[in-house]
Design a protein around this ligand. Structure first.
Ligand code: 0O2
Length: 212
């Protein structure tokens, strides 16, 4: 019961007085969105093809942030949260083909205004749930009038079919309050993830044949 009260108090505190803390993450997402919009436009004009199907950005909401702090046992202070939670700014980029995911990774690694600090390849090593995606934890440069910030952000790269699987699975899990999903349904989700990956692979093969 006490934990519940604490959570409510902390939630209210975050909502009331952490506004300035979230600003740098909003700025970082503005930067990232504009960077990838430029890349999308440039590739479309130059090559007639952009690997980016669509993208989405979000700053983690206070409740989701609190849950993560509890899960990771992070003290309730901004410095610790900033240091230990790297996905407060989150960007998802959805591509057509698997190769596009790795092409974008390469592009991000080559940029001077982003530093890749961690790579989690859930395409090569899917999660037990069947989740597939490539996660890059980056620090992105934000130039202020009198300062330069390097703000942490997580970029999730995945194909349309991985995205379809992840958003559907998320909705199904949410319906079951995250945990009580029957084992049979979990097994089915893993199978569906494999099936959708096979589509991804076949589409890639088809593209390679046509490009030849
Ligand atoms: P939301 O709503 O996206 O903010 P770590 O920091 O490495 O100790 P963490 O942060 O759990 O651990 O990292 P992980 O597992 O690499 O990535 C977490 C994010 O990946 C999740 O964000 C989801 O967006 C996505 N994700 C991971 N596993 C699954 C899964 O099984 N199904 C779906 N649909 N998505 C998954 P958040 O923070 O949970 O939420």
């Amino acid at each position: 019961m006490k934990l519940q009260v604490n959570r409510i108090e902390m939630f209210e505190l975050i909502q009331k007085s952490w506004g300035a803390f979230f600003h740098k993450y909003e700025m970082a997402l503005n930067e990232l969105q504009s960077d990838f919009q430029i890349i999308d436009l440039e590739w479309k004009t130059k090559f007639g093809y952009s690997p980016i199907e669509h993208m989405k950005a979000r700053v983690k909401n206070p409740l989701s942030l609190l849950k993560k702090m509890e899960k990771k046992n992070i003290p309730f202070n901004q410095a610790a949260v900033c240091e230990q939670i790297r996905d407060i700014a989150g960007m998802r980029i959805v591509t057509t083909f698997i190769d596009d995911v790795y092409m974008l990774k390469q592009h991000i690694e080559n940029r001077e205004d982003m530093r890749v600090v961690q790579v989690k390849d859930y395409i090569e090593n899917p999660k037990a749930s069947g989740y597939k995606s490539l996660h890059l934890v980056v620090e992105t440069q934000v130039i202020l009038s009198e300062d330069v910030l390097w703000v942490p952000a997580e970029i999730q790269l995945r194909t349309s079919s991985m995205d379809f699987w992840a958003s559907t699975e998320h909705k199904l899990n949410y319906k079951y309050q995250g945990g009580a999903v029957p084992q049979e349904a979990k097994d089915q989700l893993v199978e569906l993830s494999k099936a959708s990956f096979s589509w991804d692979q076949q589409m890639s093969e088809l593209r390679n044949q046509l490009l030849k």
